[in-house]
Design a protein around this ligand. Structure first.
Ligand SMILES: Nc1nc2c(c(=O)[nH]1)N[C@H]1C(S)=C(S)[C@@H](COP(=O)(O)O)O[C@H]1N2
Ligand SMILES: [Mo]
Length: 327
C-alpha cells in the first residue's frame, strides 16, 4: 500500500459545497494524478489508463438524505471528522492510487445495484440494493476508523448490523467465513488498468467476526447516502480492524468453509494479513503503528489496541494466540 501525502481536503474547490461542487481542472488533473503517474513502474498504467479514455464527470453525484437515530451504545470518544475531509481523502484503488480519487469516483454507476449471495447458503440468489434497504432498519453509529497507513477518522455511518445481512443470506451450518467481492468495472474504474493488483478487491471475515455486534453494513454517512468515493452504495465498517478490511461497493457476498485470501494479502502477505486487527505494539514491517494522524489535524495521537473496541471484540481472539492477529 502506498502512502501518498496528497491531502484531498486542501483542495479549495471542495470546500464550499460538498455535494454540488464542480471540481476544477486542477483537482482532476492536478498534482495527485500526475504524482500517481510519476511513480509508475513497468506494470503501472499510463495517465490515460489511470483516468480512462475520457475525463471523468466533474459534477459530484447528488446524495439523498438518509437520517437514522444514533445508537448511543457506541461512543467514539473523540470529535467527528469534518465531512469534507472524510469524503475527499480516500483509499479507493479502483479509481486510482492517490487519496484524491473523489472526482474520478463520480463515474461509479450505483443504480441499479445488485448483490449476489452465494457459496454455502440455503439458496443462492441475487438481491437488489433497494429491496435490501426495504428489509433493514437503519441506525447511525459513530465509529473510529484506522487505516493501516496511520491516518484515522471518526465517522457517523448510517447502516445496519452485518449480522442482519448474514441472517438474511442464511449460510449453511458448515460455512465458517464470509467474503465480500467489490465492483470491478473496467469502463468506469481506471485503477483496474494497474494489472499487478489482484482485482477484484476481496475481503473476508470469520462468521463470528461478521456477526459481532460491531460489524456494520454501511449505506450512508453524515446523514446522507454514501458518496461514491466512500464505497457507494454499500460497504462494511469494521472499526477494530485496519481500514482495508472494510470493503467498498460490494457486489457479491459468499460463504465458505475455507479462509479466503484477501486482496492485500494476495499482493503482500508479509505486510497485510487476514486478521488485521489494530494494535499499536505490532509495527507494520515498514512503519510503526504506535500513533495516528486524525484527518484535519497534524497532531499524532496514540493508537489503541483493537482501535479502542476491545470490550466488544477481544474475546473472539482468545483461542487464536498462534495466529498473526495484528497484521
Ligand atoms: N473496493 C475497495 N475497498 C476498499 C479500498 C479500496 O481500495 N477498494 N480501500 C480500503 C482502505 S485501505 C481503507 S482505509 C478504506 C477507506 O475508506 P474511506 O475512503 O471511506 O476512508 O476503504 C477500504 N476499502
Ligand atoms: Mo487503509
Amino acid at each position: 500500500m502506498l502512502i501518498r501525502r496528497t491531502r484531498g481536503w486542501e483542495i479549495a474547490e471542495s470546500k464550499a459545497t460538498p455535494e454540488a461542487v464542480m471540481l476544477g481542472r486542477r483537482a482532476m488533473l492536478g498534482g495527485a494524478a500526475l504524482a500517481a503517474a510519476a511513480v509508475a513502474g513497468p506494470a503501472q498504467a499510463q495517465l490515460s489508463e489511470l483516468f480512462g479514455p475520457s475525463r471523468p464527470p466533474n459534477a459530484m453525484r447528488a446524495l439523498s438524505p438518509l437520517s437514522a437515530a444514533r445508537n448511543a451504545k457506541y461512543e467514539a470518544g473523540r470529535a467527528i471528522t469534518e465531512e469534507r475531509q472524510a469524503t475527499t481523502y480516500n483509499n479507493y484503488y479502483e479509481f486510482g492510487l492517490s487519496k484524491s480519487v473523489y472526482g474520478a469516483a463520480q463515474a461509479l454507476v450505483v443504480e441499479p445495484w445488485t448483490i449476489e449471495i452465494g457459496g454455502m447458503v440455503a439458496k443462492p440468489r441475487k438481491i437488489g440494493f433497494d429491496d435490501l434497504m426495504k428489509q433493514m432498519a437503519l441506525e447511525e453509529r459513530v465509529y473510529r476508523h484506522r487505516c493501516v497507513e496511520t491516518w484515522a477518522m471518526t465517522v457517523p455511518w448510517v447502516g445496519f448490523p452485518l449480522a442482519k445481512l448474514v441472517e438474511l443470506c442464511a449460510p449453511t451450518a458448515s460455512a465458517k467465513y464470509v467474503t465480500f467481492t467489490t465492483l470491478a468495472d473496467k469502463k468506469t474504474m481506471p485503477g483496474l488498468g494497474q494489472r499487478f493488483y489482484p482485482w477484484p478487491y476481496l475481503e473476508g471475515l470469520t462468521l463470528q467476526e461478521a456477526t459481532n455486534e460491531l460489524a456494520f453494513m454501511v449505506v450512508g454517512m453524515y446523514g446522507k447516502t454514501l458518496p461514491s468515493q466512500n464505497g457507494a452504495p454499500l460497504r462494511v465498517a469494521l472499526p477494530w480492524k485496519y481500514g482495508f478490511k472494510s470493503a467498498k461497493s460490494i457486489v457479491k457476498i459468499e460463504f465458505t468453509d475455507k479462509r479466503p485470501t484477501s486482496f492485500w494479502e494476495a499482493l503482500q502477505d508479509e505486510e497485510y494479513g487476514f486478521w488485521a486487527n489494530v494494535n499499536p505494539k505490532v509495527p507494520h514491517p515498514r512503519w510503526s503503528q504506535a500513533t495516528e494522524t486524525l484527518l484535519g489535524s497534524d497532531e499524532r495521537v496514540p493508537t489503541q489496541i483493537w482501535n479502542g473496541y476491545g470490550e466488544f471484540v477481544a474475546g473472539m481472539y482468545s483461542d487464536k494466540s498462534g495466529e498473526k492477529l495484528f497484521m
